[in-house]
Design a binder for this molecule. Structure first.
Ligand code: ZN
Length: 181
């Protein structure tokens, strides 16, 4: 056998032996303390990407929810009738901005178009309309990397439906995001 392979094998054996010894030691300690054998750590659930159907269902509910909350009127200009959802932090700035209900309001066609064209100007406008603190909070949250699982979309949709059923229009619903591992 080549000497380097032999050395590697030996090293691995030593590591295994050390681990076994360590485990025995921990168990002995637990026995002394009168506790049961420590459980093996459960493995983290695997990330499950949302299906298109789940995302679409959530999108439809989120739109319905913001329209219901705004009573049909555009949340930005408060003059026109809205027609679709409107992202305070642009939707292309990551998953959180795109899906979190905190970032979504009801908007009219005109505001949506103008916001697309004059993004910098609208940042100031958003601060004035929704409050400096609220905007700063959104900004901070949108800067974090967030990944939505399939279950998250289901949970968020159910939360919105519950909120609509409760009939209370004020107050935002927590987006309930999962931070990426
Ligand atoms: Zn508007």
């Amino acid at each position: 056998m080549r000497p380097d392979i032999a050395a590697a094998l030996e090293k691995r054996q030593a590591k295994k032996a050390w681990k076994a010894q360590n485990r025995a030691y921990i168990e002995a300690l637990a026995a002394v303390a009168g506790k049961e054998k420590p459980k093996r750590k459960t493995r983290r659930k695997k990330y499950r990407a949302p299906t298109r159907r789940e995302r679409d269902a959530y999108e439809a509910t989120a739109k319905k929810f913001v329209e219901w909350r705004a009573m049909g009127l555009c949340d930005v200009c408060k003059i026109n009738q809205g027609y679709s959802w409107y992202h305070i932090i642009p939707a292309n700035e990551g998953q959180w901005a795109k899906w979190s209900i905190e970032n979504i309001v009801w908007g009219c066609r005109e505001c949506n178009c103008k916001e697309n064209k004059f993004r910098a100007k609208y940042v100031d406008l958003h601060r004035m309309i929704f409050g400096y603190e609220f905007y700063a909070m959104l900004r901070e949250k949108s800067n974090k990397t967030v990944q939505f699982r399939g279950e998250d979309f289901k949970r968020m949709r159910e939360a919105l439906e519950q909120k609509m059923a409760s009939g209370l229009r004020n107050g935002l619903v927590d987006g309930g995001t999962q931070e990426a591992a």
